[in-house]
Write a protein that binds this ligand. Structure first.
Ligand code: FAD
Ligand code: SF4
Length: 406
């Protein structure tokens, strides 16, 4: 048997020489780390240019993934990123237990069944705790379905890159949120893959597992029985409990002073709400109540959508209402850390739901509110990072509002 000589150390790629950081050790992004998992893999070798919280590379990432960066003078691209198509949709036969109707899980299942990919990077949950994420490389439809529903906590998705070498996986579908996808795109060329598809989720206001507990205890009447929740387009948080009952709470009734520090610092400094680097993004906030919002960024994204399109009830995106006054009022109220009495919160909620922004305008409302809050947070907590950290598109949006003094 002929033996293959080992390559000289100098010819090894940086990730072949690197080791994952030890669990629990300080991360390069320090307090801003979102625990994306890259540092838990040998691809930590590229962390300086890959970490979303050390270097923002939106234009380069968009060029690499979509062949061009977003057009800042096009309002839809300014807000929602590079795209060739935007629609709203629901699976005609929703998947039981999914976050919404389960379009994401269905795409994962079809990608495996059709042979488009060998594995799907997704997030299952710990056996002991519904909200503790367990990233996996799913090889079967059952494993993809076991990952359905949000784990609304920071998830080290990219740690499973460590399992790729020698796994036989050559074509991968990666599902993930913006910070995970930014790091993945930055190391894509060095991965042992022939093909990578990226299915993104919009993401904002994520929390550590401990932060989630604080949030649930502050917002729900029965925090220990919550199995599912979502910030819905009717300006209410919908909690589903283990006995099946629904509880809804108006956004404006949240205890803002108690929750100011609950969100992860990574998420308070992030401007990748709509997941700029994904091929296809599936969320909800640009759609009317009960429907999902689908953004196809490039031909690979359309290939993913083709897998499920015959099973979808599709409709064009719509937009109505006017967000700007509500956003400005929200900035002022947040600054004063106001907590409204519940009767007033209900009243404001009913009014906003009736006359407030809907469809894409609701999406812009949410983006404006979070970008302004995050710009202010950065100015106060990391003034040295403001220039490098706020991308041009976010700066344009933030400049439309009157922010309090840092
Ligand atoms: P399902 O079929 O239920 O599949 C859910 C998928 O999410 C699974 O494949 C799983 O792998 C993945 N996943 C679960 N938890 C995580 C995690 N922590 N990190 C990475 N991947 C995960 N959409 C909006 O429009 N606006 C928002 O503000 C918004 N915020 C979000 C915040 C978080 C933390 C997450 C995880 C998602 C958020 N989304 C948001 C996306 C939205 O809530 C739904 O996930 C999306 O519409 C898909 O629904 P589905 O029924 O098709 O998903
Ligand atoms: Fe590492 Fe990811 Fe944390 Fe950045 S966000 S330091 S890449 S684990």
């Amino acid at each position: 048997m002929s033996s293959v000589p080992s390559p000289a150390p100098s010819s090894l790629a940086p990730h072949d020489r690197a080791r994952p950081l030890a669990k629990g050790s300080p991360k390069p992004a320090k307090d801003l780390c979102s625990d994306c998992g890259l540092c838990d893999s040998r691809w930590v070798a590229y962390v300086r240019r890959a970490c979303a919280f050390l270097e923002q590379r939106f234009e380069a990432m968009e060029e690499q993934a979509h062949g061009r960066s977003r057009r800042l003078d096009d309002e839809d691209e300014l807000y929602f990123g590079v795209h060739q198509r935007m629609v709203t949709a629901r699976l005609r036969q929703p998947i039981e237990g999914a976050q919404w109707t389960g379009i994401v899980s269905r795409i994962g299942v079809r990608a495996l069944e059709s042979g488009l990919v060998d594995a799907v990077l997704c997030v299952q949950q710990s056996e002991d705790d519904r909200f503790t994420p367990v990233p996996v490389l799913a090889r079967t439809p059952e494993e993809v379905l076991a990952a359905r529903v949000n784990k609304p906590t920071l998830s080290p998705n990219l740690e499973v890159l460590e399992q790729l070498p020698g796994s036989g996986i050559e074509r991968l579908l990666a599902i993930g949120v913006g910070c995970q996808i930014q790091a993945l795109r930055a190391v894509q060329a060095t991965l042992p893959l022939q093909k990578l598809y990226v299915l993104g989720l919009p993401c904002v206001d994520n929390v550590s597992r401990q932060g989630l507990q604080t949030f649930l205890e502050s917002a729900s009447r029965s925090p220990d029985t919550v199995v599912h929740y979502e910030f819905m387009q009717d300006f209410r948080i919908h909690f589903r409990h283990s006995d099946g009952h629904q509880e809804t709470v108006p956004f404006f009734g949240l205890d803002t002073p108690a929750l100011k520090d609950v969100f992860a610092p990574s998420c308070l400094s992030c401007f990748d709400y709509t997941n700029a680097g994904a091929d296809l993004v599936v969320g909800y906030m640009g759609a009317t109540f009960g429907r999902q919002w689908v953004t196809v960024r490039n031909p690979l994204g359309q290939e993913l959508l083709d897998l499920v399109e015959p099973e979808l009830d599709l409709a064009p995106v719509t937009s109505s209402g006017e967000r700007r006054q509500a956003v400005q009022q929200g900035i002022d109220a947040y600054e004063k850390a106001l907590k409204l009495p519940m009767w007033l919160a209900e009243l404001v909620g009913v009014f906003v739901q009736r006359f407030g922004p809907k469809g894409l305008e609701y999406g812009r409302f949410s983006i404006d509110s979070h970008f302004t809050r995050n710009a202010l947070w950065l100015q106060r907590h990391h003034p040295e990072k403001v220039d490098a950290h706020i991308p041009a598109f976010a700066r344009r949006i933030v400049d439309r509002y009157r922010l309090p003094k840092p």
